[in-house]
Design a protein around this ligand. Structure first.
Ligand SMILES: Cc1ncc(COP(=O)(O)O)c(C=O)c1O
Length: 343
């Protein structure tokens, strides 16, 4: 049987990790980074079995609080020369080797040992033919969202993808036409700009408000921009990178209602959903209500939570059948990897 509660937060072992895509060098920037866009790193006793091999990783249950050393938070592992974007690419950009790179959201300790063991088992098998997600893969995803985010999703809503940005580009192409306006809330994860423009859509920005050291949404501006610019799709970043806001149910409901009224499709990037500061709970945008669910595609991945971005094991879930079919058609048109035709 699939065991649902595979990860437990350990209250006193919370480590904060700086997410620094937008940090310019300098001591003030470092301080700002530590306090503004802070990712809570969770200490876990199990692992989400989202490997494409579909292996389910079970915890033993009971008290299995692992000591810090097991995850090696104290060891410094040399990542240079491993093809790491974080370490090797900065040299190519002319920075000296002594620079400690803090510019990308991947982390410098090994992933959880249950994940390493599952990968090792798979490696030991030694054959790496074409594969497709197994039932355990779907169960793991459904269980995760139900347990940790109180969101029930159906198996057929889940579509595998090599990355959130891949899913986003496909979604932009599937749900809009060339020249259509696609809106983002700035400042935001910088590849969103490129994803819109490279697909020949019109980039529309709706700035967030900054006041009292926090960001918020100007809902009048949000609505006016959508109407004035004839926006067809909105890329929501929930929680928001880089401003570090975990949008509240009310904020999400307000944005969702405006999008519903204006016929705007929402592409909700929820890659940071598991990494919230204490007292801030992530709300799944599609879970706000069933009408909003019908206009939303949710893009996510275990890569941030478990430090697995190099795995390219992401997924998108879409409740609306026509939207799902459109996204799948776009995927097929881009690169069909299925060996057998879909039933
Ligand atoms: C908001 C956001 N979306 C997407 C990504 C990248 O996701 P992927 O590597 O799956 O394309 C990141 C990476 O930092 C991110 O912060």
């Amino acid at each position: 049987m699939y065991k649902r509660r595979i990860i437990r937060f350990v209250n006193n072992n919370v480590i904060y990790f700086q997410h620094s895509d937008y940090i310019k060098p300098g001591p003030r920037a470092l301080k700002r980074a530590l306090f503004s866009v802070t990712l809570m790193l969770i200490f876990f006793e199990g692992a989400m079995p989202m490997l494409r091999s579909g292996r389910t990783i079970r915890t033993t249950g009971g008290s299995s609080r692992l000591p810090m050393e097991i995850l090696g938070f104290d060891s410094v592992i040399n990542r240079r020369g491993t093809g790491s974007v974080k370490y090797d690419a900065i040299l190519k950009r002319g920075y000296p080797e002594s620079v400690l790179p803090l510019w990308i959201a991947d982390m410098d300790f090994q992933t959880a040992h249950p994940i390493l063991r599952a990968m090792q088992d798979r490696l030991n098998h030694g054959i790496f033919g074409y594969d497709e997600p197994s039932e355990a893969y779907f169960e793991a995803i459904m269980g995760w969202w139900a347990d940790y985010h109180r969101y029930e999703l159906r198996r057929d809503w889940i579509l595998a993808s090599p990355g959130v940005m891949f899913s986003l580009s496909l979604a932009i192409r599937a749900f809009t036409s060339p020249g259509d306006a696609v809106m983002i809330q700035t400042p935001v994860y910088y590849p969103f700009f490129k994803a819109v423009e490279a697909n020949n859509r019109r980039l529309v920005t709706c700035p967030l408000l900054y006041s009292n050291k926090s960001y918020s949404i100007d809902f009048d501006e949000f609505q006016n921009t959508i109407q004035a610019q004839d926006v067809k799709a909105f890329i929501l970043c929930n929680p928001h990178n880089p401003v570090g806001r975990v949008w509240t149910p009310l904020e999400l409901e307000k944005m969702g209602s405006i999008c519903l009224r204006s016929g705007v499709i929402v592409l909700s990037d929820e890659i940071h959903c598991d990494i919230t500061a204490p007292d801030h709970k992530h709300t799944v945008f599609a879970g706000v209500n069933s009408r909003i669910e019908q206009i939303t595609a949710t893009l996510t991945s275990p890569s941030k939570t478990f430090n697995l971005p190099g795995f390219h094991a992401s997924h998108i879930f879409i409740a609306n059948r026509a939207m799902r079919q459109a996204w799948m058609n776009e995927k097929t048109a881009t690169c069909e990897v299925t060996v057998l035709p879909e039933e």
